[in-house]
Design a protein around this ligand. Structure first.
Ligand SMILES: [Zn+2]
Length: 239
């Protein structure tokens, strides 16, 4: 594609009044081709290595270079919003570069050498993961907007699902880094200052470790609420 995909999609959405999904056809290997009423075939705008795959009762998600959806839920506007967001993940510029950076931080935390670094350094690497992952998530929701427009999801529904998605993601990530701190920072004390990226206010919040423990407890509660509501909206049955 000669120009970047997001600008192409924005222009297509502006120029083309047709909204909606025309068809989602499943082939014999569970691959899906999604064609929009505007004529756009979603598969054509994905990076080359990506496929769309049909899996029953699955949230829209990405795994091993596959965008996974349940086509039987694709009539639901919230489900469509979630699908547009997943496409956002793979089409925004620098996505590969950012994923690589996140991966290298995740890897560093697993190395023996990481243990020998000063506490401040270890904490900074751990918090940085949280910040990069959330920024990545926010950008993917932003990048998914022109797709949502072309599919015909109204902005209110898209943003409603985005807020639940970001809350669920953020709270899960906070809980994840609390485990990383526990495993990698046995020398931390209740008074140690840490910097926690707050994606709900888009600020770096300074807090003591004792405050973080309480913060994390609230996040675990928020996670249950947000994930339940998210699944309810998109029509997933939880087992
Ligand atoms: Zn996402």
């Amino acid at each position: 594609m000669p120009e970047d995909t997001i600008n192409f999609l924005k222009r297509l959405a502006e120029q083309n009044p047709e909204r909606g999904i025309f068809s989602a056809v499943i082939n014999d290997k569970n691959g899906v081709t999604v064609r929009l009423k505007s004529g756009l075939v979603i598969n054509d705008i994905l990076p080359e290595s990506y496929d769309i795959v049909n899996i029953k009762n699955s949230r829209p998600r990405i795994q091993m270079l596959k965008i996974i959806i349940d086509t039987s839920l694709l009539h639901n506007l919230y489900y469509q919003a979630g699908f547009a967001h997943e496409i956002g993940h793979v089409i925004y510029p620098n996505e590969q570069q950012e994923s690589d950076e996140i991966y290298s931080l995740e890897f560093e935390v697993l190395t023996q050498k990481f243990f020998t670094k000063p506490l401040d350094y270890r904490l900074s690497i751990i918090s940085k993961q949280l910040k990069l992952k959330m920024n990545n998530e926010i950008k993917a929701w932003e990048a998914g907007k022109p797709i949502a427009d072309l599919i015909g999801v109204d902005r209110n529904k898209y943003e409603e699902l985005m807020i639940l998605g970001l809350q669920g993601h953020y709270s899960a990530q906070v809980d994840y880094i609390s485990h990383l701190i526990k495993d990698n920072c046995p020398d931390i004390t209740q008074n140690t200052q840490i910097s926690i990226f707050n994606s709900l206010t888009n600020t770096d919040d300074q807090m003591r470790f004792s405050e973080f423990t309480e913060y994390n407890r609230k996040m675990v509660e928020m996670n249950n609420r947000a994930v339940n509501q998210f699944d309810q909206r998109i029509g997933i049955l939880r087992t």
